[in-house]
Design a protein around this ligand. Sequence first.
Ligand SMILES: Nc1ncnc2c1ncn2[C@@H]1O[C@H](COP(=O)(O)OP(=O)(O)OP(=O)(O)O)[C@@H](O)[C@H]1O
Length: 262
Amino acid sequence: MIFEVANGCFGYGSGNEILRNLNFRVPEGKILSVLGPNGVGKTTLLRCMMGLLHWRKGESRIDGKNIHHIPVRELWKRIAYVPQAKGNALMYTAEEMVVLGRCAHLGMMQQPKKKDLELAREAIEMVGVSRLCGKLCSQMSGGELQMILIARALTTQPSMLVLDEPESNLDFKNQLIILDIIQRLAAEQGISCVFNTHYPDHALKISNQALLLDKSGRYIFGESADVINCENMERSFEVEVYIDHLDVGGASIASVVPLSIL
Ligand SMILES: Nc1ncnc2c1ncn2[C@@H]1O[C@H](COP(=O)(O)OP(=O)(O)OP(=O)(O)O)[C@@H](O)[C@H]1O
């Protein structure tokens, strides 16, 4: 599946445009990271991309087709969204919450079948949180709920996974688990992934492409290593940035360090 935004413009209500003339494409099996300062419009961008908010101008396309011309159920079979883990801790157990990922695949009033439950359990195992199966989401920590929401998205078996700051709330190990899952889904199953992040190191580690927003409404889109450089990061975040590459066991790992406020 090829996902595309053509001339996307958005502002809330009658307010100023916060996203202006966005043009980018996510090819099948590629990973796009979205970066930018707090409040610049990253979550808004994800929501516009998926049609949860309407572009003022422009459109989102899947394989060349405006997503608003795709039936809703069909769309949510193809896209799975992991919102930030806050405010949606309903009275479901972890397992029930993850099975909800199968909703778009079930008919009206249809109960999940054995296969749906198996897929849910596989996803729970994949993210390594089987111990949480019977626990109520309302009684989970932010990080635990985040892992469950990611499992729910995997249960959908989407063509594209959209994640809003998937590593926030997570400890080092769980951050690596999630980054590894995203990389494997893309490489092994051709699933495209788009994720917002405040960790440029993570973007450089796993994303093929990056989209960097700044508060003036400008953006830079391209290969991650070209976009996430000192000059662009300094202009977007208004901080002095140092980028180093650590040689660890023959692998080069990028480290992006904020030095001082400009
Ligand atoms: N429903 C809304 N109505 C009006 N303005 C909104 C609404 N939701 C968000 N905004 C504003 O739009 C701007 C972009 O918000 P958004 O949540 O997309 O930013 P973000 O880049 O994801 O931020 P963060 O990094 O802090 O999560 C912010 O100024 C925010 O206050």
